[in-house]
Design a protein around this ligand. Structure first.
Ligand SMILES: Nc1ncnc2c1ncn2[C@@H]1O[C@H](COP(=O)(O)OP(=O)(O)OP(=O)(O)O)[C@@H](O)[C@H]1O
Ligand SMILES: [Mg+2]
Length: 253
């Protein structure tokens, strides 16, 4: 199975093309909201429709939600409420038992659990390769998408620098602390510049300064026109997002 990051990158040229397309169609494009909005968004984006996910019981129960492009959407809820399951179904890692998850008019589920090239994840359990260095873990996300090794290494270094862990490039990930691992995992998820970025508790191990850094980077991705969804327990993260949906026992509240 291809890893969630094992697909081609979206380049700045792609974002430029999308921006031009928005201008041509009079779409105002991404805007940063200063307030937390709790309404359900109707704009086109990553669309989850009547999704149920059943494993002996309903882990997701008739969930319908749109995650719009150009916004950072918080997905909150108690532990076990289904946040990771919903991100996994929305991004194409899991097949819904019923209902659909679509992006740009196509189902995100491709039949294999391989996400589409447009989708990248920051996984809750990091998913880093222990025997590789931090730099290699980020670089392979790009190499797997066809980026030449030298360019991949340069972009990996820049991505690690974005999250304040450039000095850890050559360290084995098994030597890193929880917060350092989390920032390397962020670098790997962000480095590909995906159209859809699904970040599962990306700040749970971080101090306030690094949490603010990750939030700023999530907003930067949205401002480039991406769909950004962040699952979180943290009310401060919810407050910092543009939109908010809350899950409880597999249902949207
Ligand atoms: N493959 C599976 N088989 C059976 N039950 C599962 C499976 N995966 C998750 N669950 C259960 O589904 C529920 C939702 O899990 P999920 O990981 O989506 O919750 P979460 O909201 O992300 O929780 P957390 O905040 O702890 O990360 C939990 O009760 C969990 O135990
Ligand atoms: Mg989870």
């Amino acid at each position: 199975m291809t890893s969630p990051w094992g697909v081609p990158p979206v380049t700045d040229a792609d974002y430029q093309r999308r921006t031009q397309e928005r201008e041509r169609t009079s779409d105002p494009g991404p805007r940063r909201s200063s307030e937390v909005e709790t309404r359900r968004a109707d704009a086109a984006g990553l669309e989850v429709r009547s999704v149920t996910f059943w494993v002996g019981r309903a882990l997701l129960d008739d969930v319908s939600v749109t995650f719009p492009a150009g916004k950072v959407t918080a997905l909150s809820g108690p532990s076990g409420s289904g946040k990771t399951t919903l991100l996994s179904v929305a991004g194409g890692l899991l097949e819904p038992t019923s209902g659909t998850a679509t992006y740009a008019g196509r189902p995100t589920w491709t039949g294999s659990g391989d996400p589409r090239p447009e989708v990248a994840f920051v996984l809750q359990v990091y998913g880093l390769v222990p025997i590789l260095s931090a730099g290699e873990n980020v670089s392979i996300a790009l190499r797997a998408r066809g980026v030449a090794p030298a360019e991949a290494d340069d972009r990996a270094a820049a991505a690690l620098a974005r999250f304040g862990v450039a000095d850890l490039t050559d360290r084995q990930v098994e030597e890193l602390s929880g917060g350092q691992l989390q920032r390397v995992a962020c670098a790997r998820g962000f480095v590909v510049g995906a159209e859809v970025l699904l970040a599962d508790e990306p700040t749970s191990e971080l101090d306030e300064t690094n949490r603010a850094l990750v939030l700023a980077e999530l907003h930067a991705e949205a401002e480039r026109g991406s769909v950004v969804v962040v699952a979180t327990h943290d009310p401060a993260v919810v407050e910092a997002c543009d939109l908010h949906h809350a899950l409880d026992e597999g249902r949207l509240r």
